[in-house]
Ligand binder design. Structure first.
Ligand SMILES: Cc1ncc(COP(=O)(O)O)c(C=O)c1O
Length: 396
């Protein structure tokens, strides 16, 4: 009765975590702290409440798939200012589409980008290893063969694109990249992104660059794939980027983001989403428009993360291979055995963290590159983060 591909989705990381910690009670009298999920918990910018309530008369309207002209132009305005793009690189009506969070969009894009076959063979979708699990789910449900590109410390936690063999590239229908990367926070520089764009064009695949952490950075604003397109002459062919307010504005509950890039892909995506995509309600789009137009709340948000990384740096020093990530808000700690550490942290200190193995697939030698790690999301306030680090150090 069920699509057999669904069985391939049994590895959802948070289901595995529930199973791992299922029989374990955290110490009584210790408040549980959930740092396993990348759910930003900073305060919601007040303008969200105001704009949603001022647009309350729009709840009785179906939102159009393409959103509003104001939203699309706010998205283009932000992209242009954030990446210092040439003024006319992006046309708000052709290059941008709102989405109800980028998770859904990252998943659905595979249905647009993956053909039945490529060069007469089964198509490939490649992704970094470790990866954000949605790439994995989208690939498996699309029928493509997943190819996991090693992204460990020796390659700066990013895939070595020059190491992909030409037979794989020929069959590649789509490549997911993530910068800043979840979980390690590595940032792809402009040369890397240009190389990726050229590769996508040479082998005619879709380059899907997940940039949802691009505003959560430590020192330098990370470049983006659209900047690489500008540097290569201005065409957005083969490229699509994903942006979200969830991390930028700490509003994961708003479910609002957008995709931007190659107009052929955007139009195909619009068509697909007309049939089966969740549209973004008009009051939410109005709030999202206001958020993309404002950078001050983002600077404040970033400052809160910096303060937490300062704290982590002071308390962890060089233990567990600690490094200060260039972007995103995770600690990627090498603890020996990530599952064992996650169990101990829950049992002894009521800290819930994600074993790195749940974000990765075994390599050609059967070794899961995430297995020695845990991912700790620094999503709580400063005082709670201090408490969490104290507990973590006591247990590990
Ligand atoms: C790498 C990455 N991409 C995309 C998302 C999805 O974010 P949203 O659907 O809230 O836009 C997340 C959320 O955790 C993420 O970590």
């Amino acid at each position: 009765m069920l699509n057999p591909r669904l069985q391939l989705l049994s590895e959802y990381p948070f289901d595995r975590l529930r199973a791992l910690l299922g029989g374990i009670d955290p110490p009584s009298g210790m408040a549980p702290m959930v740092l396993s999920v990348g759910e930003p918990r900073h305060a919601t910018p007040p303008l969200v409440h105001d704009v949603v309530s001022n647009n309350g008369d729009l709840w009785n309207r179906y939102p159009p798939v393409e959103g509003t002209a104001e939203f699309r132009s706010a998205a283009v305005g932000w992209l242009t200012r954030r990446y210092a793009l040439p003024d006319h690189l992006l046309d708000a009506d052709r290059h941008v589409l709102p989405v109800a969070g980028t998770r859904e969009a990252l998943f659905l894009l595979a249905a647009v980008a993956v053909p039945r076959s490529k060069v007469g063979r089964r198509p490939v979708v490649s992704m970094p290893n470790p990866f954000y699990h949605v790439y994995f789910g989208a690939t498996l449900m699309s029928g493509a063969e997943p190819v996991y590109l090693p992204a460990a410390r020796d390659t700066g936690f990013l895939p070595d694109l020059a190491a992909i063999d030409s037979a794989t590239l020929e069959r590649t229908a789509m490549m997911y990249l993530c910068s800043p990367a979840n979980p390690q926070g590595a940032v792809a520089d402009l040369a890397y992104l240009k190389y990726a764009v050229r590769l996508a064009r040479r082998h005619d695949f879709v380059l899907a660059v997940d940039e949802c952490y691009t505003e959560i950075y430590d020192r330098q604003p990370p470049p983006g794939a659209l900047k690489a397109c500008a540097a290569l002459g201005g065409s957005t062919d083969n490229v699509v980027v994903f942006h979200s307010l969830s991390k930028r504005s700490s509003v994961p509950g708003l479910r609002s983001g957008f995709v931007a890039g190659d107009p052929r892909l955007i139009e195909a995506f619009r068509r697909l989403r007309s049939f089966g995509g969740a549209t973004v309600p008009l009051p939410v789009l109005a709030a999202a428009t206001a958020l993309w137009r404002d950078d001050d709340h983002v600077e404040q948000n970033r400052a809160l993360y910096r303060a937490k990384f300062d704290l982590a740096e002071r308390s962890l020093g060089n233990r567990f291979g600690f490094f200060r990530p260039e972007g995103a808000f995770f600690l990627w700690l090498e603890v020996g055995d990530g599952e064992e550490a996650a169990r101990a942290l829950w049992a002894k200190s009521a800290l819930r963290v994600l074993p790195g193995a749940y974000m990765a697939q075994p390599d050609a030698f059967g070794v899961n590159p995430g297995a020695p790690f845990v991912r700790v999301a620094l999503i709580e306030d400063l005082a709670s983060t201090e408490e969490a680090l104290r507990r973590l150090l006591k247990v590990l």
